[in-house]
Structures are given as structure tokens and as C-alpha cells.
Design a protein around this ligand. Sequence first.
Ligand code: SF4
Length: 374
Amino acid sequence: MPGLYLHIPFCHQACTYCDFHFSTSKQRGPVLDAMELELVRRSKEVGHAPVGTIYFGGGTPSLLGTERIAAFIQQAHDLFRVERDAEVTLEANPDDITTQRLAEWKAAGITRISLGTQSFRDDRLKWMGRAHDAQQALASIELIANAGFRTWTIDLIYGLPDMTLAEWDEQLTIALDHGMPHLSAYCLTVEARTALAHQVKKGAVHMPGDDAQSAQFDRLMERMGQDGLDHYEISNFGRPGHYARHNTSYWEGTPYLGIGPSAHSFDGTTRRWNVANNAAYVKALKDGTSYWEHETLTPAQRTNERLMTGLRTAKGVEVAALEVDALRINSSAFQRYMSNGDLTLLHGRLALTKAGRHFADRIASDLFVTDDDR
Ligand code: SF4
């Protein structure tokens, strides 16, 4: 159980594109108390397991009081064998960053800050419904860079309506000028039941075509490469020694324990997900009733997950470790992508080429198998 994830389901306000589970309620205590209870209960299931990474995600973990964050970290140390050099990440938004809070988080054991920057432009941030402005985005990066964390990262979003290559270039220049050791860059997608989906449906927002988004992805790869950041996962770029260890465990299919409303867990064969409702979560934890669903993956499902997540990484997928021989079963799709130059097979590992990274999901799904194929 190398990774521990804590989902803090609260935000200051709702961003228009977001489909994560969160609430804007200020009544946070009961959910956080229930999470402490869940940690105790789940720790009994996995024993005094070693933990190499702890990740506070959400939601917006940085809106919690530091004492709550410190208490969760202490509880993790009490219940598990947290490794001495564990990566402990806190997702933070620019409007929550102050010199004092950074110092407190560091003292509490946070080693890595993941900053939800998204854009350095006021008009874009306003359009996205973010709680911070461009000045806060810049100021918070400067504070984080000087706060002495082991590492840090920022998030940016591209593929926005009417975004030009020049605008995207400018965003990347600002980020690189601030010396970030790691970047997560996400292409805006329209998720069902979000305010953005509603605006698109009404015709109030027109999403850009694939060509514009594709050109921005190419520019992203080019700029990060020029600046020495490795493209180690489709959306993630890092300088050597600064890759995200916690997220890497998701991409490599290793077990993790997820705590909190909507959090997912994986033990190697079974996937489990908590109810995405704060009140139902609190009540079930109090009453001792069930608050999760689970699914035991079949060999074909495990194979497909390895393909889906593994192909997103530069290391690719170890073909011999696939439980079902997906390349033999889908030999014509496999051969087509190899001859197109979208896939490479090197030292037994199947990986996407730079060209193939534009179509990662499609290529993976064309290699999917069913249990009947075995
Ligand atoms: S701050 Fe993050 S989790 Fe909260 S609404 Fe915005 S995108 Fe979603």
C-alpha cells in the first residue's frame, strides 16, 4: 500500500469546468472527523503498511487550517509505516498562499506543493470561475519557490476557447521564467453536468477544434523539451528528480488507499470508491454502515487498465507483464500503429511516440481485450 490519498471535499467556489466532488459549505468539521475515523478503520484492513507517498487532493486542501493538515499527517505516521523520505503533497490554490502558511505546512511535514495556477491572465481566470487572480498566481509562485519545499509544481490549462498559440506561448514563458521544476498541463475538456457543459450546450461558449488544441500540445512538448523538463506522462513534465511520485503509482498500477468522500482505492485487484456525498459519508461512518462500492477487476480489465495508464507514461507498458496478450489479439491495430509511427516497442516495453501522444486514449482502447478473448 505505497500511496495514501486524502480527498478534502471543499472549495471556496465552483469552477465552471470542474466535475470533481466538492462542496462550498463552511461546515467542514464533521466530514474531517469522519475521515479521521475512516483512516483508523482502513488502517486495520491493511495492517501497519508502509507508505511512501501521502497526497492531499480535492477539492481545495489548502483551505483547511494547518492544524487539521498536521493532524492528518501525524495520524498517518501513527497508523502506518510512513517512510522517512515520503513525498507529502498538498494541493493549494494561489488565494490561500501566504509566507506564514507555507512555513506552517512545511513544519507539518508537507514536502511538495501542487499549485492550481491554471492561467496567468485575469480574463481567463474569471471565465473559469477561479477564486484567484493573475497577480495572486504570480505572487504565490514566487513565495513557493523561496519556501524551501523539496519540490513543487503548477497546473496550467490550455485548449481554451479562442486561445492562440501566442497566448499559450506567453503562459509557458511566464511559468518557465519562474523556474518551476514540474508542470501539469491539461487540455480543457467539457465534462457532463458542469456549468461549462451548460454554456456549450446553450451556444454561449464555442470550444476550439482539435487542430488548435493539438498545435498547443505540440508547442507545450517543444517548449518543455527546450527547457530540460522531461515529458514523463502525457500531461506531466518534470526536471530529473522532480517527477510526481504519488501520481506515478497510479500510472504504474500499484496499490493505494483513498480516504474521504468520492476517494478511490486499489489493492492490486479490487477497485473501491467511496460515496460522493458528504452527508451520506459522515452518516455511514458514524453508523458503521457501508459507504463504498467495489469491483474486482478481471484479467482483461487489469490488462486494459495497464494499457490505458501505462501508455500515458514515457516508460510505457511492460508487454510481458500484461495478463492477456493484447498485442496478439489486436495484432492488426498494433501493427497499424507501429507502422504509422505512433507506437514503439523497445526492450519489451510498448510506448507512444511523440506523434502517438496526441491519440493516447484512442490507441489504448484499440488494444483493449475482453475476457472472452483469452
Ligand atoms: S478549485 Fe479545483 S476542485 Fe475546486 S471547483 Fe475549482 S477545479 Fe474543482
